[in-house]
Design a binder for this molecule. Structure first.
Ligand code: ADP
Ligand code: MG
Length: 614
């Protein structure tokens, strides 16, 4: 038989290589942007039309190419970035495989115009499917412009598999984000179908992120920083309350190259353990700087996967670094308020040794009665603590006009202690005060804590009630005269269904007829006057939740009761109640999110406060 093996012609080899390098328009965008960065451009423009299907153009003001280089750049394995295999381990450029331009030129119509600084004129080359159509001398600005049109024009199967214009556009935007975040000191423009999508001036990393993702991002970011022999880490993680159900704002950069790493992703998410609801992902922008010799970038043609020499150590360092930041910036309460580990026992444990949360709230207080208050809003003239020293020199009218009017400051707070560094909120005498009868404000190690009193109390009650239901140990108050209550038949049926849980909560009930329920005992926390409305609420929540959300009976009851019983906005808490509330909250298994999935508290770091005075 005759010999059958032959070398593939270059254009075929290039087309095959293109299959790996160019999966979709966004891949072209990535390669062209990276080439512009490698050429040390300080301004880069990206122009696309129809999700890159008809045009992708990148214009840079970088080094440009000589006539010969311009022609050479389209050859396969033609690169100016490495000379020998050893150079692969000292990489400081994005590119090194010398494949991108050859691959792109094999499957599209391409026009390149380029000029080096020292040359008077530049070069214009047109290529279609690896074939040079024309090459001419052209007056050009310094730098390079590469326009790629009609991608996959000669591979109909690939063109057919492109997704909708919107989807391809989305991929391009993602790619643009990655490159733009990795290089905040380069100015980027991005135009799509003739309109400007992004105009990103050269700034620092934080500003770049905010510029891309919106002003609101500013408050989401917590800086991370660590320096070890193995790796330098910098960047930001997003506070847990901003975690999202969808993946998206998650970025790893290794030596300023965006990479995907499920392993390192795991390191970050595990640092958030206990702070995120299930199926929520934290956002992050993390830059790792490692010795180029300790990684292998050449394991995938698109260079988005990397092999690290010492992945395990990197994992550990990254995890502890993120954890540390969350603690330092007070996002992780557990680090500041050392929790009693006993409280971490499951609800179902019958041997709960932990401190029972005890919030004493003045439930007889009527916010509309004229009980005198020691507050700045009323008795401004006589603050009995030493708070006035804080405001010395402030004109009192001006003071009354501003937002401080709404402060309710408890008089027996010892102002001396307010500004000390508090190691733990568990010690007695936490400095607290109530703000607008809605929030309890306290200081913590690295700043200020603002707690929504209603939500905090809901959380405390919820955990307590849930514990009571499962442990079946509760205290009920005997009513002097049993109260008969009328319900509809379906309502009585519901009450019968949840009877066991109601008993566990402290209700003592007997069903007199199919429409009358007699109550002879109620949970300690419930007032007689609230009984009817609470039972009505329990019935309706139970019916509603049963059909929709799939919560357990105990959870539904505990939620409803916690909501009914919790202090509300407008209620004044005395200092003991405030402190008990704070302590009980941080003794909860979950202190960040209310039973209704609302944020319970926010922290304002010292740095944030200081920044406001700059
Ligand atoms: P690689 O980037 O891996 O070297 P490419 O095919 O992307 O391979 O590019 C080939 C060569 O063309 C590069 O090594 C570089 O010398 C040159 N080149 C490509 N794009 C530009 C540009 N925008 N400015 C200057 N030179 C460029
Ligand atoms: Mg390249």
């Amino acid at each position: 038989m005759a010999d059958i093996i032959q070398l593939l012609p270059d254009h075929v080899a290039n087309q095959i290589a293109a299959g790996e390098v160019v999966q979709r328009p966004a891949s072209v965008v990535k390669e062209l942007l990276e080439n512009a960065i490698d050429a040390q451009a300080s301004i880069i423009k990206l122009i696309v039309k129809e999700g890159g299907k008809t045009l992708i153009q990148v214009v840079d003001n970088g080094n440009g190419m000589s006539v010969t280089d311009a022609r050479m750049s389209f050859e396969r394995h033609a690169t100016s970035k490495i000379n020998c295999a050893d150079d692969l381990f000292h990489l400081h450029t994005k590119g090194f495989r010398g494949e991108a331009l050859a691959s792109i030129a094999a499957i599209a119509h391409l026009e390149m115009q380029t000029r080096q600084e020292q040359d008077e004129v530049g070069t214009l080359i047109k290529i279609e499917g690896s074939k040079v159509i024309s090459q001419e001398v052209k007056v050009s600005p310094k730098g390079t412009s590469i326009a790629v049109k009609n991608l996959f024009f000669n591979i109909p199967a690939r063109r057919k598999f492109l997704k909708s214009t919107q989807v391809e556009h989305r991929h391009i935007v993602d790619e643009f984000h990655r490159v733009a975040i990795a290089h905040p000191s380069i100015q980027f423009y991005f135009y799509s179908n003739g309109s400007e999508l992004f105009n990103l001036p050269a700034v620092n990393l934080k500003k770049r992120i905010v510029r891309i993702f919106g002003q609101k991002t500013n408050e989401k970011l917590v800086p991370v920083a660590e320096e070890t022999q193995l790796v330098k880490i910098k960047g930001f993680v997003c506070k847990p309350e901003y975690a999202k159900k969808s993946r998206g704002e998650q970025f790893f950069f290794v030596n300023d190259r965006f990479i995907k790493s499920p392993y390192l992703h795991h390191a970050v998410t595990s640092a958030f353990e206990g702070l995120l609801k299930p199926d929520f992902y934290p956002g992050y922008f993390i830059f790792l700087e490692v010795d180029p010799g300790s990684i292998d970038i050449n394991i995938h043609p698109t260079k988005t996967e990397i092999k690290f020499d010492d992945e395990h150590s990197l994992y550990a360092i990254l995890k502890s670094c993120v954890k540390h930041s969350l603690g330092q910036f007070n996002v992780r309460p557990a680090l500041d308020f050392e929790k009693d580990p006993n409280l971490d026992t499951p609800y179902t444990s019958t041997h709960r040794m932990g401190i029972q949360p005890a919030v004493t709230v003045d439930r007889t207080f009527n916010p509309f009665s004229s009980r005198p208050e020691k507050s700045f809003s009323k008795g401004f003239s006589k603050p009995t603590g030493e708070w006035e020293s804080l405001y010395l020199g402030l004109d009192s009218d001006e003071f009354k006009d501003n937002a401080f009017n709404s402060f309710t400051v408890e008089s027996d707070v010892n102002s001396d202690s307010i500004f000390q560094d508090y190691e733990s909120l568990e010690r007695s005498g936490i400095p607290t005060f109530q703000l607008r009868r809605k929030y309890v404000v306290s200081t913590i190690k690295s700043g200020m804590l603002i707690i929504d009193q209603g939500r905090a109390h809901q959380r405390v009650l919820y955990e307590k009630l849930l514990g009571n239901i499962t442990v079946r140990k509760t205290i009920s108050q005997q009513l002097l005269f049993p109260i008969p209550l009328n319900f509809s038949k379906p309502e009585i049926t519901v009450l019968e269904e949840i009877k066991d849980s109601l008993l566990a909560l402290g209700f003592v009930l007997s069903f007199i007829s199919d429409t009358i329920l007699e109550v002879s005992g109620i949970p300690q926390l419930v007032r007689e006057s609230e009984l009817r409305s609470i039972l009505d609420q329990l019935i309706s929540d139970y019916q509603h939740n049963l059909t929709s959300e799939g919560f357990s009976e105990s959870e539904i009851l505990a939620k409803t009761l916690s909501k009914s019983l919790a202090v509300k906005t407008g209620e004044v808490l005395d200092i003991d109640s405030q402190q008990a509330l704070v302590n009980s909250l941080f003794a909860c298994k979950e202190s960040k999110i209310s039973p209704f999935n609302k944020l319970i508290y926010v922290t304002i770091t010292d740095m944030e406060i200081d920044n406001k005075f700059i």
